[in-house]
Design a binder for this molecule. Structure first.
Ligand code: ADP
Length: 161
């Protein structure tokens, strides 16, 4: 087994990405210099069905990062740490917007560390102008016919429902 220094630095960025926003894109682009590969992984939750179709969510992320071969996009079900093990990722990437994010992420990060001691969660602070951007606001604006282009990455056109 390779030690951490010899392994390729692979991070998983887990989330719902329902849909991807400029906030997500910003975190991923800023994380690029830190890792050899980032797997953007859409977590499937049986109790929480997504609003947009999974294949559309994947397609939009792939479109945004079409020019970047360090980014892979997939979905997974089950525990995030089990997915990390299966793809040999040693890092989980998360974004922090608010103190509420911090409190939530601290619990999840500490539980993940218990479940899989080799994993490290890496947090990037949100860029101030994206603090209020989140997928649920984007869905609301979309459902009510507002201009979502302010909040979603260039090149993405939402469709569905
Ligand atoms: P979840 O379903 O876990 O809330 P999301 O798809 O909303 O997943 O977000 C995935 C990750 O992206 C989380 O770490 C979240 O904090 C981060 N994130 C979401 N929006 C922003 C933003 N505007 N700025 C920085 N990070 C963000």
């Amino acid at each position: 087994m390779l030690n951490r220094e010899e392994m390729i630095k692979r991070a998983v960025f887990p989330g719902s990405f329902d849909p991807i926003t400029k906030g997500h894109e910003n975190i991923i682009r800023r994380a690029l210099p830190l890792f050899d590969e980032i797997i953007v992984a859409i977590g499937l939750n049986i109790e929480k069905k997504g609003y947009f179709k999974l294949e559309d969510r994947i397609f939009w992320i792939k479109t945004v990062f079409a020019d970047c071969n360090k980014i892979k996009v997939t979905s997974y079900s089950g525990l995030t740490v089990d997915f990390c093990k299966s793809v040999e990722a040693s890092y989980i990437l998360r974004g922090l917007r608010t103190s509420a994010d911090f409190e939530f992420e601290r619990t999840v990060g500490q539980v993940n560390k218990k479940l899989y001691p080799a994993i490290e969660t890496v947090f990037l602070l949100t860029t101030p102008e994206y603090t209020s951007v989140n997928s649920s606001i984007v869905r609301d604006v979309y459902k009510n016919g507002g201009d979502v282009s302010l909040f979603i990455p260039d090149g993405v056109t939402l469709k569905g429902k």
